[in-house]
Ligand binder design. Structure first.
Ligand code: ADP
Ligand code: MG
Length: 681
């Protein structure tokens, strides 16, 4: 690096701090923002108070002290066509006297103030041409580079621009034309030129997009390879398509599957029919019908003479699954078994015996399933509901009860696909976005404290009509005691407001049995209004509940609000979610929330809201931080990269073909595990 013109040992050190150790690094040191100086204001047209970009010849320069002892460099500009003059000032930068010379063509941007006439206080400048040289009398887009101590962004810009053409000449594009055309990407050399020397901001963006694609593509190549290797090590059961129970279920379903459900079932069946072990995550908002999809998978296992198990994080959820499965399986003359902690010891022992003997084909359970005493006769499929509520070991414990069973994970916590692809690199991901038809809609509204009486009357009317309501209170760790007190006080108050109705209270500090008892009473409509903290986030499906009032809505994250809202709108009746908040600063985000019910969209808003900070780990995925790609906005690009990378790895797993040598080289150099992953053979 230090042999590059303009780089001495000092500079080499500063550059190294920025991660620039080679001329290649320099070329890929991308601006973090751009200053749009494309619109040039004629020197005679500048107005006090405006931000302008001007271009002119330097006709005189000088350094003047000000009253405050600050030395100001000044240069007077005139246009070649005669316009001007305009004075430009650089407070505190007398050293510019050595750089900015009479006769140069200069581009300057900054605000205009009144100081013995118009004066442009320079923020940025570029020397467009030297004395006697003609220059482009037009504007520019100025790249602003990440800088470091001892090296300003202008110095970096100068260095890059000085060497750009020579460096670009060395660039070869690793992508074939076909791929570039398919994704709509500029050629690499053009992209790098556009990133460093864009003619317009759109130009710069097109260049960045190409670099973003490349880094995502590399990352996806690594992941596709890692996935392929993991699969190779993951020989599993090859199920056969028997079309016995699964077809019967299809015929007897009391509803039509949604398109997303059918697609998910297809993807899962493909996995199960393959000799590799399935390792798939099914993501879908509450109510999108994940259980039925899981049931198809379970039946595929069962009709192949294997057992299938589904594990849920709470007794209540397990009961719910049991009810759903029992109902759906009735026409098939098949009965799911159950194993939960609530069963009496003798019942548990009996269930364990049935499971061990293979009398049980299909079992629903809780953590009770992973106890040592539980042995399966021939476990072929493991389904884990709300998978994030289990630890890795717990999930593994169930999986280990079989001989390499297929694994299907369910989650109602949608995360942006971009994150899923980077976080769960070794998982295949299926999304359910579509909601089954015939559901009532959920109307969401943002209301202030002043509306409380009206809201109560509304709740009363709904409950009198036979429906039920949730009232949600935020409880956070830091103020847990006070929060719980508020929820308790609220429950007491509501009991007085609604003497004719039954009001229940659940929160995380209650004993599990107590909480379950109240939840069951609510499920059975013996409790009409349930005051709850966020403990009900996941879980119960009470189709009859049509109103949810969320107190202090501003204290919840968007994803959490969405989870809560998912508790209503599960029946055919129209439902309402009312956000109560008196905090004006929170209004815009809460308002945005009222306007969409798409969990994936909300997950993306949530991601933007919380920012990348919390997701630093995710950003580092694969060992290389993303520099050009943006999680929130580059999803289509990520998907294109994933597709392209997947196709290449499928054809040439170790990137051994000459056409892929450049890909391989880049990955081996940049990724810690690159070498190991792409060792040929
Ligand atoms: P979740 O994705 O939240 O786990 P469930 O699987 O519990 O959703 O399904 C919620 C309810 O919707 C269940 O009662 C289920 O029987 C029903 N359901 C599932 N799929 C459909 C469909 N395609 N049409 C109508 N109802 C459906
Ligand atoms: Mg569910």
């Amino acid at each position: 690096m230090k042999y590059l013109k303009g780089v001495g040992p000092k500079r080499a050190e500063a550059l190294a701090r920025l991660g620039i150790r080679s001329v290649g690094d320099l070329l890929y040191h991308a601006p973090h923002r751009y200053l749009d100086a494309t619109t040039v204001t004629p020197l005679t047209k500048v107005q006090v108070g405006e931000e302008v970009t001007c271009v002119g010849r330097v006709v005189s320069t000088g350094v003047l002290p000000t009253r405050k002892g600050l030395r100001v460099f000044r240069a007077v500009l005139r246009e070649d066509s005669g316009g001007g003059p305009l004075e430009c000032a650089w407070p505190g930068q007398p050293f510019l006297e050595r750089q900015i010379k009479k006769g140069q063509l200069l581009l300057v941007t900054g605000p205009v103030r009144y100081y013995h006439g118009h004066q442009l206080v320079a923020r940025e400048f570029v020397i467009l041409a030297d004395e006697g040289e003609a220059g482009p009398e037009r504007g520019l887009v100025l790249p602003v580079y990440p800088a470091t101590e001892g090296l300003t962004h202008r110095q970096i810009r100068g260095l890059i621009h000085q060497h750009l053409d020579a460096l670009l000449a060395l660039v070869a594009d690793p992508h074939p034309k076909g791929l570039r055309a398919a994704v709509g990407l500029p050629e690499l050399r053009a992209a790098l030129a556009a990133v460093h020397r864009p003619a317009t901001p759109a130009d710069a963006e097109a260049g960045r997009r190409r670099l973003a694609f490349d880094e995502l593509f590399d990352q996806q190549l690594v992941q596709a390879r890692a996935r392929a290797l993991a699969k190779r090590a993951r020989a599993g059961i090859t199920f056969a398509l028997k079309k016995a129970l699964t077809t019967k279920l299809k015929q007897h379903l009391p509803f039509e599957l949604t398109g997303d459900q059918r697609q998910a079932i297809r993807e899962i069946a493909d996995d199960m029919l393959a000799p590799l072990r399935m390792h798939r995550l099914l993501m879908g908002d509450v109510g999108t019908g994940k259980t039925v999809v899981a049931l198809f998978a379970m039946l595929l296992a069962v009709e192949n003479d294997y057992q299938a198990a589904i594990m849920a994080p709470t007794e209540l959820l397990a009961e719910q699954h049991l009810a759903t499965l029992t109902r759906l399986l009735e026409p098939l003359a098949l009965k799911p078994d159950v194993l939960t902690g609530r069963l009496a010891a003798a019942e548990k022992a009996a269930a364990r015996e049935r499971i061990a003997a293979g009398a049980t084909r299909l079992v629903v359970g809780t953590h009770a399933l992973i106890q040592e005493a539980v042995k399966f006769q021939r476990l072929g499929l493991v389904v884990i509901d709300e998978q994030h509520r289990f630890g890795v070991e717990q999930r593994a414990a169930l999986v280990e009860k079989g001989d390499a069973p297929d694994v299907l994970l369910l989650t109602a916590t949608p995360i942006p696909r971009s994150l899923a692809l980077t976080l769960y690199g070794d998982l295949d991901v299926t999304q359910l976005r579509e909601r089954p038809p015939g559901r009532g809609t959920v109307k969401t509204a943002l209301r202030a404290e002043t509306a409380r009486q009206k809201i109560y009357e509304f709740i009363r009317a709904e409950c009198v009509a036979g429906r039920q309501a949730y009232v949600i209170y935020p409880v956070i760790e830091e103020s847990e005691r006070a929060d719980l007190k508020a929820a308790t006080v609220m429950a007491e108050r509501l009991a007085k407001v609604f003497p004719e109705l039954e009001v229940g209270l659940v929160h995380g500090r209650l004993k599990a049995e107590e909480r379950d008892a109240t939840m069951r009473a609510f499920r059975d409509n013996a409790v009409h209004i349930l005051v709850a903290t966020s403990v009900i986030e996941v879980g119960i499906d009470v189709a009859n509940a049509t109103v949810m009032l969320i107190e202090h809505a501003e204290r919840f994250g968007l994803a959490q609000l969405h989870q809560l809202r998912g508790r209503v709108g599960r029946g055919a009746a129209a439902s309402h979610c009312i956000l109560l908040s008196d905090i004006p600063e929170a209004a815009p985000r809460l308002q945005a929330f009222t306007e969409t019910t798409d969990g994936f969209k909300i997950a993306e808003l949530d991601l933007q809201e919380r920012g990348m900070g919390e997701l630093a780990g995710a950003r580092q995925s694969g060992g290389v931080p993303l520099r050009y790609a943006n999680f929130a906005t580059d999803l289509p690009l990520l998907e294109a990269a994933r597709r392209a990378a997947g196709e290449i790895i499928a054809r040439d797993p170790a990137l051994a073909q000459p056409a892929h040598a450049a890909y391989r080289e880049r990955i081996v150099q940049r990724y810690e595990r690159g070498f190991e992953l792409f060792r040929v053979g």
